[in-house]
Design a protein around this ligand. Structure first.
Ligand SMILES: Nc1ncnc2c1ncn2[C@@H]1O[C@H](COP(=O)(O)OP(=O)(O)OP(=O)(O)O)[C@@H](O)[C@H]1O
Ligand SMILES: [Mg+2]
Length: 303
């Protein structure tokens, strides 16, 4: 280890102009610069939860499609599958870990290195951190630790330096695991469908998010907006009223809507691809809806 009396200029620049300590070993200098550079990358990464405790509203489908849009824009995306149903994992044709493998639940509970969990997909730029069956007991296990609310954040912070965006596909629940996942995120996109129960679900989701953030002493959580999924037109009078309320929700901005496009979405999913990367679909406008939403959400700039 070499001793230096004055660190080279790059050290001072990397530290944002703060002069380095007078006596700094070469190792200390390298560690300091690495920490500053990693911090810079960490701040670049955006971590968003795709959530709603109401089931089947299109959270996973939209997560996969938005990942496709972000990858189109050259961003490096991690789809973090937070649901033991593992749909985001298998949706990219990634094999979920078995009971004897390292799993997300083990990594979160024991604060292990999450990088060995990361899998490549068939889409350049999209990676998956798979879910596993053992996550079905995670909520209780997190509660038992007494510090469960903060444990997902430890894992996610280790992943931030490697990605531009992390999309967290949540399970349909309001529980300790979903709270811990939310606390790890910078913000959320709430997925909904046109249904009276969705209005109720949205209210509960917002209340739960506020509670979790208060408990985690965070006041910087950004509810980016809501997406109305599986929209079918024309709609009946009652649905039309719910639709109008969702579009002009007093607390959450509507980012856009996704019409029912079962054939396109399922055909692409069958190949483990987002529609953006599966061109041979019968309709060509499906990917456009997700691109529009990504722009409205401020995830990418309009091309
Ligand atoms: N725009 C759409 N057009 C047609 N089908 C859709 C659309 N969005 C989602 N679906 C279908 O609806 C079902 C539920 O969607 P998805 O699994 O994405 O919802 P989810 O909110 O993630 O569900 P869960 O709460 O169980 O995690 C799936 O079969 C999916 O293929
Ligand atoms: Mg899902």
């Amino acid at each position: 280890m070499t001793e230096t009396t004055a660190a080279p200029t790059i050290g001072a620049q990397a530290a944002g102009g703060t002069p380095p300590p007078k006596k700094e070993t070469e190792q200390e200098r390298q560690d300091r610069i690495r920490a500053v550079l990693e911090q810079h990358r960490r701040e670049q990464c955006r971590v968003l939860a795709m959530c709603n405790q109401k089931g089947g509203v299109g959270k996973t489908t939209t997560t996969i499609q938005l990942a496709g849009t972000l990858a189109e824009y050259g961003r490096r995306v991690l789809v973090l599958d937070g649901d033991p149903q593992r749909n985001a994992t298998t949706g990219f044709r990634v094999r979920p870990p078995g009971p004897n493998d390292l799993t997300q639940a083990k990594v979160v509970l024991d604060a292990l290195d999450p990088l060995p969990l990361i899998r490549e997909t068939n889409v350049p730029g999209i990676y998956v951190l798979p879910a596993s069956i053992d996550m079905s007991g995670l909520s209780t296990a997190l509660r038992d630790t007494g510090t469960g609310l903060r444990l997902y954040r430890i894992m996610v912070d280790k992943l931030r330096p490697f990605f531009d965006d992390i999309l967290f596909d949540q399970r349909p629940a309001l529980d300790m695991d979903t709270d811990s996942q939310l606390v790890a995120c910078d913000g959320a996109i709430i997925m909904t469908d046109v249904d009276e129960w969705s209005m109720e679900g949205l209210k509960m989701q917002l209340a739960q998010q506020s509670r979790a953030m208060r408990r985690a002493e965070r006041d910087d959580f950004d509810v980016i907006g809501l997406i109305i999924g599986r929209v079918q037109k024309p709609m009946g009078k009652f649905d039309a009223e719910v639709y109008k309320l969702l579009q002009s929700h007093p607390r959450v901005r509507c980012l856009g809507e996704i019409p029912v496009r079962a054939a396109d979405l399922k055909e692409a999913r069958n190949k483990g691809l987002p529609v953006t990367h599966y061109k041979k679909t019968a309709r060509t406008d499906t990917a456009e809806f997700f691109r529009g939403i990504a722009v409205n959400a401020g995830l990418v700039k309009a091309a």
